[in-house]
Ligand binder design. Structure first.
Ligand code: SF4
Ligand code: SF4
Length: 425
């Protein structure tokens, strides 16, 4: 870990502590080592050989949600995301001998996430499980062993109404250009309705929507868990799949995926064959709310009499700095009342697979979020990320709250009259 660039990044921390109030794990435990400043001190100690990489170091680094709220709060420009990726890669290297962990990683990160068809097969099987009544029984009796029961509780209601990616979806009305659509992996398999809504809303605003066939998972889960080589491999495959010169923009609808896509230039900065392609690709990547806020050429005319609160995706807000655009789109819907949370930027505890690996801490973070949601008396929690969608659906069910969880584009789609109103209430 002792590397000149890494030391320069560590040196940017001036120990002021202004990041502490923004950190959800510090809020949960009030311990310095579970704060950004404490973790940076641990990274420095490790880089100087004063602490071992296993034990307490690994424990505190792994308890970090990777939400990057500390980057927004930091007056010194500390690139915490880059620092924690290196630390996790080191921890991962130490654990290569743990066969069980390697097998799970291989299954999830290598054999499933990069394969759209395999994930859809899993989704089809899970749909049968949901429709057969078995899911209701499992949830009532808590029949599964703990880690599996926790995983099961995150399963959203599935629809197999997948978009047709074999041909472009044509613009409606005046044509304004062509966009490429990044459909994601979990988003595609488990939230087909969000992708359907995204495509329809882009079409309604005059864009042909293309689906480059060779695209794959963005690699966010891989880089967050220290699998940097796999993350780089997926990034190269996406760069081969998308030709940025053909499109006005490359659109995605999940804050975590978009953040990873927008960081391909950093990820591949040292790859002479891909560094330039990565820069050109990144220049075209936009979150769908960012793109639509600037390209809402045909605003929806339908009215939605709903009270809606918006829960920022950490990676959309703190990494992509897209804050106002989702709110502007919600305000463009007639009849809809937007009610802000007290802490709209606080993490919900999803953070990729964090809620599976650290269910206790994720539960504390989620409870704080749900308490904030409850005070708004909202009919709908609007989200912009797949992980938040799953986590808040799970939280709502657990807490017995009534609010629905919907992506911002699903609300727009509903206001165009393209979706069934039974989706809400
Ligand atoms: S990324 Fe989030 S959880 Fe991790 S140190 Fe920063 S604020 Fe805390
Ligand atoms: S706000 Fe930035 S400089 Fe201050 S302690 Fe946190 S990471 Fe270090």
């Amino acid at each position: 870990m002792i590397d000149k660039d890494y030391t320069v990044l560590l040196d940017q921390c001036i120990h002021c502590g202004l990041c502490l109030p923004a950190c959800p794990t510090y809020a949960a435990y009030q311990t310095e080592m579970d704060s950004p400043r404490g973790r940076i001190a641990l990274m420095r100690a490790a880089s100087e050989g004063r602490v071992q990489l296993d034990g307490a170091f690994a424990e505190h680094i792994e308890l970090c949600l990777g939400c990057r709220a500390c980057e927004t709060a930091c007056p010194s420009g500390v690139q915490y995301g880059a620092l924690v990726e290196v630390a996790r890669e080191e921890i991962h290297a130490l654990r290569r001998s743990d066969r069980a962990e390697q097998a799970i990683r291989r299954l999830a990160l290598h054999d499933l996430l990069p394969h759209t068809e395999r994930l859809r097969t899993v989704a089809r099987a899970l749909t049968l499980y949901q429709r057969s009544g078995l899911q209701a029984l499992v949830r009532r009796t808590r029949a599964l062993p703990d880690p599996l029961q926790e995983m099961e509780s995150l399963l959203p209601p599935l629809s197999l109404d997948y978009p047709d990616y074999d041909r472009p979806a044509p613009a409606m009305g005046e044509r304004r250009g062509a966009v490429a659509f990044f459909h994601g992996c979990i988003q595609d398999a488990f939230f087909a309705g969000v992708n359907q809504a995204s495509i329809r809303v882009l079409q309604r605003n005059g864009f042909d929507v293309h689906f480059p066939a060779a695209q794959t998972c963005c690699g966010a889960a891989h880089s967050h868990t220290g699998e940097m080589e796999l993350a780089r491999d997926l990034a190269r495959r996406n760069l081969d799949a998308f030709d940025p010169d053909q499109y006005v923009a490359i659109i995605n609808n999940a804050g975590g995926c978009g953040a990873a896509l927008k960081e391909y230039d950093h990820l591949l900065a040292d790859d002479p064959d891909y560094a330039d392609a990565a820069r050109r690709f990144v220049a075209k990547v936009q979150d769908i709310t960012e793109f639509l806020a600037a390209n809402l050429h045909n605003p929806p005319t339908g009215s939605l009499d709903l009270r809606v609160t918006y829960a920022d995706s950490c990676h959309l807000r703190h990494v992509q700095h897209v804050v106002q655009q989702p709110r502007d789109l919600l305000r463009a819907i007639s009849g809809l009342t937007l009610v802000e949370l007290v802490q709209p930027d606080a993490c919900c505890g999803s953070a990729g697979v964090y809620n599976l690996v650290h269910p206790d801490t994720a539960g504390l973070v989620l409870n704080a979020k749900l308490a904030d949601v409850e005070t708004t008396a909202a009919d709908v929690i609007a989200i912009t990320n797949t992980g938040c969608h799953m986590q808040l659906l799970h939280g709502e069910r657990k807490a017995g709250l009534d609010a629905k969880v919907m992506h911002v584009v699903e609300l727009l789609d509903l206001a165009y009259g393209d979706a069934s109103p039974t989706n809400v209430r």
